[in-house]
Design a protein around this ligand. Structure first.
Ligand code: BG6
Length: 473
């Protein structure tokens, strides 16, 4: 609908930006840190590794000062589990515990609310070696113990914790490398139980609010055919609702459960697991949003063929990608001719953000926090150390406008925390794919001074925050 007048952003709206430990800290083996699964993964040729990144571990004061200059009211960062407990389940590392106290204190000193993700893709490698990571039930207990350390250390000064970043992406893209769907969904189930237990322990141990942090999007049917509409509904369960119905209602979405059961892929679930999931109640929903998803229906036979083509020796890129995006008998992901894209092929869909906000609010009735959204593209650092990133400003402006429209629709939106405050290393495309409003002089070949420079988007976002979202020009 078109609003004739927009509501103002709430006075206490959390303006800020996000990051994750392994993508920005560097210092990968300093002060007793253990390796994470990310540290041992082969680096894609041409990309920076995780050893230095933005060197935020050493430069966090400078970074937080720059964020304060932009007027940030929150900063979302993650604590590295393998820093706090280097082998995942053993001794606690006091140097790491102190480091995050220092980061949190620095934020608070600058009037910035820390929003702390407990786990952002960096499982301690020792647990992967010991029992295969999340496929083992033991990982639930080890994760909860690690969270308890964080709640007891930081729970009196952190107001917002996030449990697991993008569990849905880890599962959908089989980041654990599981050999079949049953194992993939078993590991996923263990994460759901771990998240529920951590949520309960947070409430028992401190006054903080806690939320899940999946990557959520609205799902469009490619055509108006009834089967594509059904495919979009089913895909919504697989991609979104599986991760939110389980934590908010303590239940697996029914149709998706049947889908997995018929394919022998539904995990082993105990009565106690479901009781824990029912007993956990998140205080809000944090979610990352990058663009809409578009799907069309595919039957089981065609879907299986696409999967087989992707798995065969010598499969080409198209076969591989189609296979990755196919769920036999459910849906296949498609590109959307009506959606704009960045140079890296990521969708630009601010209206999809408003749709997503509406869907989440109307389904779960919990306050919402956008914990990622952003424009990852190469930037040019000019000789005078300026960066003219009008494309990023345009992206942010449109998405912030969509937030205001959703607020006017009635959505309870707590804040906007795009990816990212300063440049950091992308999950798969190196540091050349830049998201920050602060340029970090570092290159994929390891060269660069690591100096920070303010991009045009820095000044634009500062003005936006100063005006509480009114001045977007
Ligand atoms: C999210 C992740 O998927 O998107 C981040 O939580 C990630 O870790 C971000 O960096 C952007 O994706 P990418 O692949 O461009 O780094």
């Amino acid at each position: 609908m078109q609003h004739l007048k927009l509501k103002a952003f709430p006075e206490d709206f959390l303006w800020g930006a996000s990051s994750s430990a392994y993508q920005c800290e560097g210092a990968w083996d300093e002060d007793g840190k253990g390796p994470s699964v990310q540290d041992v993964m082969p680096i894609i040729p041409g990309n920076a590794d995780w050893k230095v990144c933005s060197d935020h571990y050493h430069r966090y004061k400078e970074d937080i000062a720059l964020m304060a200059e932009m007027g940030f009211r929150e900063f979302r960062f993650s604590i590295a589990w393998p820093r706090i407990i280097p082998d995942g389940d053993g001794e606690i590392n006091p140097v790491a515990v102190q480091h995050y106290h220092d980061v949190i204190d620095e934020c608070l000193k600058n009037g910035i609310e820390p929003v702390v993700t407990l786990y952002h893709f960096d499982l301690p490698q020792a647990l992967q070696d010991k029992y295969g990571g999340w496929i083992s039930r033991q990982c639930i207990e080890d994760f909860v113990r690690y969270c308890e350390v964080c709640f007891s250390e930081y729970g009196d000064k952190v107001q917002y914790f996030l449990t697991i970043n993008e569990q849905n992406m880890m599962t959908m893209f089989n980041m654990g490398g599981y050999k079949n769907d049953k194992d993939r969904y078993q590991a996923n189930h263990h994460m759901l139980v771990a998240q529920a237990k951590a949520t309960i322990r947070c409430h028992e141990m401190c006054d903080a609010w806690i939320a899940p942090a999946p990557n959520i999007t609205c799902v469009y049917p490619l055509t108006s055919s009834p089967m594509d509409t059904l495919a979009a509904m089913d895909y919504d369960q697989l991609r979104n609702r599986l991760y939110l119905d389980t934590i908010v209602f303590g239940e697996y979405p029914e149709a998706f459960k049947v889908y997995l059961e018929q394919r022998d892929a539904f995990p082993d679930v105990t009565v106690e697991d479901m009781a824990v999931m029912k007993a956990a109640h998140p205080d809000f929903i944090a979610f990352n949003y990058y663009g809409g998803s578009t799907v069309k229906y595919v039957d089981n036979e065609e879907g299986m063929k696409a999967k087989a083509a992707a798995a065969k020796e010598g499969a080409n890129m198209e076969e591989f990608m189609t296979g990755m995006m196919t769920e036999p008998g459910l849906a296949v992901g498609c590109s959307n001719p009506l959606q704009e894209q960045t140079s890296y092929g990521m969708g630009i869909d601010p209206v999809g953000l408003r749709v997503t906000l509406r869907q989440l609010w109307e389904r779960y009735s919990l306050p919402l926090l956008i914990t990622e959204n952003g424009c990852g593209v190469p930037d040019t650092l000019n000789e005078d150390k300026t960066v003219h990133d009008d494309y990023r400003i345009d992206y942010l402006r449109k998405h912030i406008k969509a937030c205001q429209e959703a607020i006017t629709d009635g959505v309870d939106l707590m804040g906007y925390s795009p990816w990212s405050a300063f440049d950091l290393v992308s999950t798969h495309q190196g540091i050349k794919k830049r998201y920050g409003m602060i340029y970090v002089d570092y290159n994929d070949d390891g060269t660069g001074t690591l100096n920070r420079y303010k991009k045009d988007s820095f000044f634009w976002y500062k003005k936006c925050i100063e005006s509480n979202g009114e001045d977007l020009d």
